[in-house]
Design a protein around this ligand. Structure first.
Ligand code: MF3
Ligand code: CO
Ligand code: CO
Length: 317
């Protein structure tokens, strides 16, 4: 918040010179994340294998079984490891003054070094190699020229395409000194994701996952976003089953060993309702209060779950 903003009273003329009262003009927009300038898509060398949508933007419709073959399971384990490494490398660069497009550049280089294609690039036309969702951005923030500011929280979402399959994970990073309320939101959201993973068990319905997440979020006084859910993943980026992060009696699919899906709850300080930016991708909270998200890709095993995107230590730390 600038000094100007703090000094302006509701009924004063807005500092911006519009002639409108401050309360009818810029109040409430102060401190919001605004869309920045998005640079051109980054280039992937021809030697790196691409998913079917890389040129056209439209994924081919295919019927992929929810229970994967041993070959696909091994391939997602490898793609998931690469995604986790790219996430660690990119997260280590988070600092005040760094733009989200600079994070995109770092991630892009890290995918290529590992022989992977950035799954988001041209997926339904998405223009960048990661998603970067700052403060009240719920998900699908597009990296742009906005520098991260002291006190921001940012989700970095990395999906790697390697060996014909995708691995998908995300985590929150704190920019400099972050207020206690935001830090608590981030830690509760991580716990929600992890409690969702604990609920993974063969023979149990997918709805157990959302129930566990929702119970923990509500106990903390937080909201659970409903518009975006976890998803099956493998040769297709987003496939069956759907994995809601709230209790949904319709999520009747019974978990079986060999299924692979993500758990990626988005948890809010205030309202769980979203609105979309004009770019058609980015979702923000309706009330402008902060949202956090963590994501892993999971394999259902005989015993429970194997995390296919296990966290790796940040480089140099
Ligand atoms: N990685 C996101 C997920 O968790 C999907 C991003 S798709 C994009 O499902 F096109 F928005 F990048
Ligand atoms: Co996902
Ligand atoms: Co993701």
């Amino acid at each position: 918040m600038t000094d100007t903003a703090e000094r302006t009273k509701s009924n004063d003329p807005c500092w911006c010179g519009s002639g409108r009262k401050y309360k009818r003009c810029h109040r409430g927009l102060e401190g919001r994340v605004l869309p920045g300038r998005v640079g051109p898509p980054r280039v992937v060398p021809a030697a790196i294998a691409r998913p079917d949508y890389a040129e056209t933007g439209e994924p081919a419709r295919r019927d992929e079984p929810m229970v994967k073959s041993p070959e696909v399971i091994g391939a997602v384990r490898a793609a998931g490891r690469v995604a986790a490494e790219v996430l660690a490398v990119t997260g280590a660069a988070v600092a005040p003054g760094v733009t989200t497009d600079e994070l995109d550049a770092i991630a892009h280089g890290a995918y290529l070094e590992r022989g992977a294609y950035p799954s988001t690039l041209n997926y339904h036309g998405y223009p960048k190699s990661i998603c970067t969702s700052v403060n009240e951005v719920i998900c699908h923030g597009i990296p742009d020229d906005r520098p991260l500011a002291e006190g921001d929280i940012v989700n970095i979402d990395v999906t790697a395409y390697l060996g014909g399959v995708h691995g998908d994970c995300s985590a929150m990073f704190l920019v400099g000194e972050v207020d206690d309320e935001s830090r608590r939101l981030v830690e509760v959201t991580r716990a929600c994701r992890d409690l969702g993973i604990v609920a993974v068990a063969p023979g149990r319905p997918i709805s157990d996952i959302g129930r566990a997440i929702e119970d923990h979020a509500h106990a903390a006084g937080y909201g659970v976003v409903r518009a975006f859910i976890g998803h099956g993943i493998g040769e297709t980026f987003h496939t069956a089953p759907s994995v809601p992060h709230y209790f949904s009696p319709e999520a009747r699919t019974v978990m079986e060993p060999g299924m692979i899906f993500t758990i990626e709850p988005m948890i809010t300080l205030g309202s769980w309702r979203e609105k979309m930016w004009d770019n058609g991708w980015t979702a923000v909270t309706v009330d402008g209060r902060r949202s956090a998200q963590f994501e892993h890709t999971l394999l259902v095993t005989d015993a429970g779950a194997e995390v296919l995107t296990p966290e790796v230590p940040a480089p140099g730390g």
